[in-house]
Ligand binder design. Sequence first.
Ligand code: PBG
Length: 325
Amino acid sequence: MTFPVQRPRRLRRTEALRGMTRETRLSTSGFVYPMFVGPGKATRVEISSMPGVYQQSVDHMLEECREVEGLGIPGVILFGIPEHKDERGSEASSPSGVVQRAIEAIRRAKLNLVVITDVCLCEYTSHGHCGVIENGEVANDPTLELLAEEALSHARAGADMVAPSDMMDGRVAAIRQALDAHGFSQLPIFSYAAKYCSGFYGPFREAAQSAPQFGDRRSYQMDPANAREALHEVALDLEEGADIIMVKPALPYLDIIRQVRDRFDVPVGAYNVSGEYAMVKAAARNGWLEEKRIVLEVLTSIQRAGAEIVLTYHAKDVARWTKAC
Ligand code: PBG
C-alpha cells in the first residue's frame, strides 16, 4: 500500500521545495532570436500578426542586436527580404545582399553573438518556392548548387553557422562540400532536418513576403502525420554532415523533439515558429490568456521535451522576465 507513506504533495508545499526539486530549469542560454532584415535605411515595420517583431533595415537590426546581446541571448538567426525577387532567387547569394550586409555590420560592431543564417530560396524567389521551378515542379538537384552558393556567401560575409531550411534532399552534403572546398571546414551546419509542412508558418510568410504564388510546400516539407520519417530525415542529415539538427515547428511536435533527443547524440534545436508566437500574442491581447505565464510554460515544455537550442520570438521577453526574478 503506497498511501499514506507516499505523498508527492510534500515536495510541492513551498516555492523553495518546488525550485529545488524542479526537473527542467528554463534557461535562455540556448536561445536564438530570429530577425528579418530588409533593404533601405532607417526603416522598421512591425509585422501585423507578430506584435513586437519587425522587418527592418540593417541599421535598426544592428541596434536590436545590441539589445539582444545585452539581454544575454547567445545568438540570432537572420532572414533576408531582398530588394528584388526573381525566378532563381539570385539575390540570395549576392555579396551585397541584405543578409550579407547585416552579417558584416554585426561583425564590425564586434558583438558577442552567434550569427546564424537561414539558407533558403523562398524569400528570394518571385514564385515563393524554396527551390527552382522546372516543368511546374520544385526541382531538387538544380536547387542544391544555389543553396551551396548562398551558404558560401553567408560564410564569406562572416556568419558563424548556416541553417538550411529548404528541405531539398542532399542539401546538407552539397553545402558541406562547398564550405570545405573554400576554407570553411570549421563552419557548422544547423540543419532544419525535420521540418513539417505546417500552417503555423503563416505569419512568417507575411514577414518575409514568401508565400508560394502557386501550389504549396507539400512536395518537399514533411507530412505532419509522420514521426518515423523525421528520424529518417535526421539520420540522413547527420550522415551528410549536419552538426546540429532542428525540429520545426516546436509545440505541435514535442513528441518528435523527444524521439530525436533520445535517438541521436548531437545538439537538438527546436523552432517555436511564428504561428505559435502569434497565437499567444493574440490571446493575450484579448485578455484570454496570461502572456508571461503561457510563454514560460510553452518554452519550459520545449526544453522538457529535449531541445537544448530554442529559436523563439519570445527570447527578449523571457530574458527580461527571468533576469528580474
Ligand atoms: C524558409 C523558412 C520558413 C520559416 C523558417 N524558414 C518558412 C516556410 O518554410 O514557409 C518559418 C519560420 C516561422 O514560421 O517562424 N523556408
